[in-house]
Design a protein. Structure first.
Length: 375
């Protein structure tokens, strides 16, 4: 059983592990109320739920670094420019479309800041839906990468305003300021009917593997399961891997099976919003939790080969752990989550230095970019 003095709240325990002890009366009362409920749980159950775990990343909040009055903002992908500034490729859609507007009206834009801890300023629009193509309804999920002297902007588009035509494509440029040339066709298609990935290809994550090939991780799920499910989250999202000899493809899936699959776990556990990189001779994957612990945490997985992955570890906690904001309006049902996590590496060490994400809230009560320093 858990044996903790009732005069010490759970939030203080977490803060002690971070070397930052503080507690006001409100936090004390809330944490002790929670602790009473935890008294009946075995310690291993509490730890399994991530309650007493120290997250992988120690984060210092910088704040809502990009806010637009008339838009929802999502998918913030940062990169260092040759000008020494940080360039941000982000998705946005008009405020009047509501939170669900991403699926049928998102565009990809470009913002710039002198440094990661300063406010980003919108610069230009990069990609908009184009009539008659596979991305005629939306352009979303931007991921910016540089290979040799070319920038590759991976993204998701669809053609009917629904999830079943989501496909991954890519645009290229020799400058972060464009012009951008995009593929007339998706670079990765779903599997055949009945396959685990027959519904779509989306949420691209990209790196160059140790085999010299270019690796594209993608999210998908099975259509029949998606249509049959009645729960709050329909279908079970998994990740597959495809490889190519060139960043533009053609990409070939390495297997008929996903490389990340939690469908055998309780509570329809899954993850999404994967971001991948290599560090200390390992592949690392950062993602948003969807039921493994809860729907607010970030997860990190590691792998020696990029195919067989470790059990997820808590990478970061819910936003309320790091910041205090006013209560959200009723229409923001996902307030408090940091979604679409992406990392800006240190320019010198090439190790994770800043965490970018998307979260609801902000001056317009929509969604904004949120940035943390990794300390």
């Amino acid at each position: 059983m858990i044996l903790i003095t009732l005069g010490i709240g759970i939030n203080q325990i977490i803060d002690q592990r971070k070397g930052n002890v503080h507690m006001d009366r409100r936090v004390f009362l809330k944490s002790n109320a929670f602790l009473w409920a935890m008294m009946v749980l075995p310690l291993d159950t509490a730890a399994k739920k991530g309650i007493l775990e120290s997250p992988y990343f120690k984060l210092k909040p910088i704040g809502r670094s990009l806010q637009l009055v008339d838009y929802f903002i999502w998918c913030s992908s940062p990169i260092w420019g040759d000008d020494g500034k940080v360039h941000l490729f982000y998705s946005r859609w008009r405020k009047e479309k509501g939170m669900g507007g991403w699926i049928k009206g998102s565009e990809i834009a470009h913002a710039v800041a002198d440094s990661p801890d300063e406010t980003f300023q919108h610069k230009d629009i990069v990609l908009q839906p184009r009539e008659g193509f596979w991305d005629s309804t939306t352009c979303h999920n931007p991921l910016i990468k540089k290979i040799a002297d070319t920038y590759y902007l991976f993204y998701m588009g669809n053609s009917n305003g629904k999830t079943d035509t989501k496909r991954i494509g890519v645009a290229t440029s020799t400058s972060l300021d464009g012009p951008w040339k995009r593929s007339d066709h998706p670079i990765l298609l779903p599997g055949a009917e009945g396959a685990w990935d027959d519904h779509c290809t989306t949420n691209p994550a990209f790196l160059k593997g140790n085999d010299g090939k270019f690796w594209l991780y993608y999210k998908s799920w099975n259509t029949a399961e998606y249509l049959q499910d009645k729960g709050p989250v329909r279908g079970n999202r998994k990740y597959g891997l495809a490889k190519a000899d060139h960043p533009l493809g053609p990409y070939v899936k390495i297997s008929e099976h996903p490389v990340i699959d939690f469908s055998d776990r309780p509570h329809n556990a899954q993850l999404e919003d994967a971001f991948v990189w290599k560090q200390d001779e390992q592949y690392c994957l950062l993602a948003r939790d969807m039921g493994f612990y809860n729907h607010e945490y970030g997860l990190i997985l590691k792998s020696s080969d990029g195919i067989k992955w470790s059990e997820p570890q808590v990478a970061y906690l819910g936003l309320s752990t790091y910041i205090q904001e006013p209560p959200p309006p009723a229409n923001l049902k996902r307030f408090g989550r940091l979604e679409r996590p992406m990392i800006l590496m240190d320019k010198i060490t090439d190790k994770p230095r800043f965490l970018f994400g998307a979260t609801q809230g902000g001056i317009a009560e929509t969604s904004t970019t949120f940035v943390f320093e990794i300390v």
